[in-house]
Design a protein around this ligand. Structure first.
Ligand code: SF4
Length: 231
């Protein structure tokens, strides 16, 4: 059977073992499991991007949660961050259902593709800069395949900075002014005349949502702004 370019990319991604620390951690978590999920067969591998292959909106997170997408095998599925994210995406009309628990629950995204700067669950949810750099070719390839992309929503400071560095690389030798871009929740920038808009959002981590740093209303405002940028 012939594979489309996304399937080819995902086949390579899922077999990736380039980052020794992350490979060891994702597999240890998958073996040891959390008590509440002891009956689960953890995914325990790199997590592919998910969504509409003709999407105009790309959402970029940080990395899989140890017992979230490292367990379920789908972006933002199975943990508190995903619960907060998909409820908001449903309210905004990007997701067909507000609740997601496993990767075969018929969740579908409209006009949106979700990815991350690092595809393996890191200890303490913190990939190193070197691990992000090693993983970036996968995101770069997805971005090249998302030919309709008009808006990138970066979830968190690290995703925001990483996207900027990707574009700075593309603009090498020109006046791509990194200082022009400041991360703040809801900030929006046009990356270049033929490039997408970049929208910044706090990450929907449990730490941010439970402390009120990111409220449902603040998150809704990001998706409303994103919709307004689409042509
Ligand atoms: S983080 Fe990315 S580059 Fe590193 S092992 Fe996982 S998939 Fe491969």
């Amino acid at each position: 059977m012939t594979m489309n370019p996304f399937q080819e990319l995902n086949t390579t991604l899922i077999a990736c073992r380039l980052c020794h620390r992350l490979v060891a951690w994702r597999e240890q978590v998958a073996r040891e499991k959390r008590r509440a999920y002891r009956d689960w067969d953890y995914w325990g591998k790199p997590v592919p991007g998910f969504g509409d292959l003709a999407a105009r909106v790309l959402v970029v997170g940080l990395a899989p949660g140890a017992h979230g997408s490292n367990r379920t095998g789908r972006m933002f599925t199975g943990d508190a961050s995903g619960d907060f994210l998909y409820a908001a995406l449903h309210r905004a009309g990007f997701a067909n259902q507000p609740v997601t628990k496993h990767r075969e629950d018929n969740l579908a995204l409209r006009d949106m593709f979700i990815s991350a700067v690092c595809r393996c669950a890191p200890p303490d949810n913190r990939p190193t800069p070197a691990e992000i750099t090693t993983c970036l070719p996968y995101l770069r390839q997805e971005m090249a395949l998302l030919t309709q992309m008009q808006v990138i929503v970066a979830l968190g400071h690290i995703a925001f900075d990483t996207i900027l560095h990707l574009y700075a690389d593309c603009y090498q030798g020109t006046n791509f002014e990194m200082r022009r871009f400041q991360f703040s929740h809801g900030a929006s920038y046009h990356l270049g005349p033929h490039d997408p808009h970049l929208v910044a959002s706090y990450h929907p981590s449990r730490q941010n949502t439970q402390t009120g740093r990111l409220t449902p209303a603040m998150f809704d405002a990001v998706w409303i702004a994103t919709l307004a940028l689409l042509r």
